[in-house]
Design a protein around this ligand. Structure first.
Ligand code: HPA
Length: 276
């Protein structure tokens, strides 16, 4: 069996053979947020199932392809569709594309997701910058032998979401009249939505949003030395704060806010390009 580092190198060689662009900014698009991919110029798309050692995404509303192109004149790489723990993938698979991005030279990562709002002042359709997270998934993607090539055994998570990115994007969003909330994201394994009691627990723990992704990717991004910006699209209020929950509503809300979401992501790429 090949080691993970050799597998990553093979994925990287395959991807670099497909494009001359050298992106420094990576994006991961959450449920229903794949519309961003249409915004790229000079775009190439590589289906995940063509990339050595990539798996394919199984969730409705998620595509399964890697995009390389330019956004606001900046070369970017987009994961159009992600792998979730609840799909049955192990954490190494869920976070594999982040390792590949790191090896490809990505230095800044924008992660997006759909999430349930547990801050009672939020309404569906709000966009939120993630200030910090709570890993409530019951595991950690770094369990196992440490990949020394990437980072240290005990990574510091004091600033999982880069403070400078956050402040600058918030400032630019204000200038562009984009209403942008901030808050802590709490990651559950899913695939069930939370119970109302779990949501009350999340609120007491200080979370403003709950979801089923992002946390593993951000842990691996930090381990790999990437700086992270996190954006949640609050697609619904979390269990107990609204009548019932379903995936159709999640996709409908992302559809409703797609123009403002695209504007925010463009603005974020532009802002991050200017930060060292
Ligand atoms: N809970 C967890 N994940 C989610 C939710 C939610 O309410 N909405 C969208 N993704």
């Amino acid at each position: 069996m090949m080691g993970i580092t050799a597998e990553i190198n093979e994925s990287v060689d395959f991807i670099t053979s497909k494009s001359d662009l050298v992106p420094k900014i990576g994006l991961i698009l959450g449920s229903g947020l794949g519309v961003m991919g249409d915004e790229l110029s000079e775009k190439i798309a590589i289906p995940y199932d063509e990339i050595p050692y990539f798996k394919s995404s199984t969730v409705k509303g998620h595509n399964g392809r890697l995009l390389i192109g330019k956004l606001e004149g900046t070369p970017v790489m987009i994961m159009d569709g992600r792998f979730h723990y609840y799909e049955g993938y192990d954490m190494a698979t869920v976070t594999y594309p982040v390792r590949v991005m790191a090896k490809l030279g990505i230095e800044k990562l924008i992660v997006t997701n759909s999430a349930g709002g547990c801050n009672p002042t939020f309404t569906p359709g709000n966009l939120m910058l993630i200030t910090d997270h709570i890993n409530f998934m019951g595991t950690n993607p770094l369990i196992g032998p440490n990949l020394e090539d990437f980072g240290t055994r005990f990574p510091d998570m004091s600033e999982a979401y880069d403070r400078e990115f956050l402040d600058k994007v918030q400032t630019e969003a204000k200038k562009a009249h984009i209403d942008l909330k901030q808050g802590v994201y709490m990651g559950f394994s899913g695939p069930t939505y939370e119970t109302p009691a779990e949501v009350r627990f999340a609120q007491i723990a200080g979370a403003s949003a709950v979801g089923m992704s992002t946390v593993p990717e951000v842990i691996v991004a930090k381990h790999s030395g990437l700086k992270v910006l996190g954006i949640s699209c609050i697609t619904n209020l979390a269990a107990g704060l609204q009548f019932n929950l379903n995936h159709e509503e999640v996709v409908e809300t992302t559809e409703r806010v797609k123009e403002i979401f695209k504007k925010l992501v463009r603005l974020s790429v532009k802002t991050l390009t200017k930060v060292d």
